[in-house]
Design a protein around this ligand. Sequence first.
Ligand code: 5GP
Length: 121
Amino acid sequence: MSETLFTKIINREIPADIVYEDDTTLAFRDINPQAPVHLLIIPKRHIATINDITENDRELVGNLYYVAAKLAKEMGFADDGYRTVMNCGENSGQTVFHIHLHLLAGKPLGWPPYSDKMKQA
Ligand code: 5GP
């Protein structure tokens, strides 16, 4: 799959509220937050879905979690707790085909994360 709007955010071609950047990784606030804090942590290199992660990407993908923990500590919600989610494909509801780790925080988060309607299906 081809590059997405996240490539445009990486290249500063469209604006985003960027909270972190290093050589391989960018983190910015979700445009439609589902919690008081909702960040997206992405690799700068385009990888469409979890299924497209290769052996060479193991360090790159691990860094997404390192950055999640780093931001949780720096932003002050590490001890309260938070959730990380990475959707993959149609059944998960993935809409942007550039892998991204959702980081949700700032309130108690329900579990399991799917609706009652979906549970009955
Ligand atoms: P997915 O459903 O693929 O797991 O998550 C995609 C996320 O990207 C959604 O939470 C959506 O709100 C967010 N998103 C979509 N377009 C933009 C955008 O232009 N800017 C930002 N910051 N987030 C976006």
